[in-house]
Design a protein around this ligand. Structure first.
Ligand SMILES: C[S@@+](CC[C@H](N)C(=O)[O-])C[C@H]1O[C@@H](n2cnc3c(N)ncnc32)[C@H](O)[C@@H]1O
Length: 258
C-alpha cells in the first residue's frame, strides 16, 4: 500500500477543491444515461471522503469504501461530523472483492483510483462486482487517464493548498510508462509547511497504464457492465470511436450495469 495514503490530513488539503461542477456533471450523466432517478451512490476508493461530504448536499446518499485504514478513519470522522448516517457512510473494502447486492443506482471512481488495480484479472473482478452492486441500468463513472501517444508530460503539475495555517505543495509527475507491462510509474512529492515547521515526503506510485481499448475489452469481459459513453475533462461528450490518450488528460468513462 502506498505511503501517500498514510497521511490523510495532508492528502485532504492537497486534493480539496470545489467538487460542485463535477457533481453537477454527474447529475447530467445520470439524467442522460440512467432510466430512473439516481439517489444511492457507491464510491469505491473514497479516500478522505471528499465526495462523501459533498454528494449529500446535492441530494444523494453515498457509501464509500477504501482499503487504507488511515484514509478510512479520517473519512469516518468527517462523516460522523455530518451527523446523518443515512446520507453518508464509509466502510472498509477492497476494489477486487467489494460487492453489494444491487444496492446502488450509480458508482463513481475518481482521479485514476481504479489504476491501483494492475492486472486484467483484478480489474475484471472489480468491474463484475461493481456491476452487480448496481441496479440494472445504473452507471459506473470511471475517471482515468490513458497512455500517452508521445512522451508523457504533465507540464508544471505543481499546486499549493492551505488550510488552518498548514500548507501543502504537491508535485505529481509521470516517471515512466512501461507499455509492455502496462504499468505507469508516477512520483508524488509533498512539501509541508505546518506553521513554519517544514518537511517533505516523496511517494512512488505504480499504476495501471490504461489503453482505451483495454478498458472496453475488460468491461465486456466482466459481463456485468457495458461501455456507454466517454466525456472530456471539461465534461463534454466525445464522439463514439474517440481514441482516449494521455494528452487528453483524465477522462470520464461511463459504464452501464446490465
Ligand atoms: C487518489 S485517492 C482517491 C480518493 C478519493 N476518491 C478522492 O477523490 O479524493 C486513491 C484511494 O484509493 C484507495 N485504494 C487504492 N487501492 C485500493 C483498493 N484495491 N481497494 C480499495 N481502495 C483502494 C487508496 O487507499 C486511496 O484512498
Amino acid at each position: 500500500m502506498s505511503d501517500l495514503y498514510r497521511h490523510p490530513e495532508h492528502y485532504d488539503i492537497a486534493f480539496t477543491w470545489d467538487l460542485g461542477p463535477e457533481i453537477e456533471f454527474f447529475g447530467r450523466v445520470f439524467a442522460e444515461h440512467v432510466p430512473f432517478p439516481v439517489r444511492r451512490i457507491l464510491e469505491p476508493c473514497c479516500g478522505t471522503g471528499r465526495f462523501l461530504l459533498e454528494l449529500p448536499r446535492h441530494g444523494y446518499s453515498v457509501t464509500g469504501y477504501d482499503r487504507s485504514p488511515e484514509m478510512l478513519e479520517y473519512a469516518r470522522r468527517r462523516v460522523a461530523d455530518l451527523g446523518d448516517p443515512v446520507a453518508a457512510r464509509a466502510v472498509g473494502g477492497d476494489m477486487v472483492t467489494a460487492l453489494f447486492d444491487r444496492e446502488f443506482d450509480a458508482a463513481l471512481n475518481s482521479i485514476n483510483s481504479i489504476g491501483y488495480l494492475l492486472s486484467d484479472e483484478e480489474i475484471v473482478a472489480h468491474l463484475r462486482n461493481t456491476g452487480a452492486s448496481l441496479v440494472k441500468g445504473g452507471v459506473y463513472i470511471v475517471h482515468i487517464a490513458c497512455e500517452w501517444e508521445g512522451e508523457p508530460d504533465l507540464g508544471q503539475n505543481t499546486w499549493t493548498m492551505e488550510r488552518d495555517g498548514l500548507s501543502v505543495t504537491t508535485t505529481w509527475r509521470i516517471e515512466s510508462e512501461d507499455r509492455d507491462a502496462r504499468l505507469s510509474q508516477q512520483v508524488c512529492t509533498m512539501e509541508i509547511d505546518d506553521h513554519g515547521k517544514k518537511s517533505s515526503h516523496t511517494f512512488r506510485e505504480t499504476l495501471r497504464l490504461w489503453r482505451h481499448y483495454d478498458l472496453k475489452e475488460l468491461v465486456s469481459r466482466s459481463q456485468a457492465l457495458e461501455y456507454a459513453a466517454l466525456y472530456s475533462e471539461s465534461f463534454e461528450r466525445l464522439p463514439p470511436g474517440t481514441r482516449a490518450t494521455g494528452e487528453m488528460g483524465n477522462l470520464y468513462h461511463v459504464l452501464r450495469a446490465v
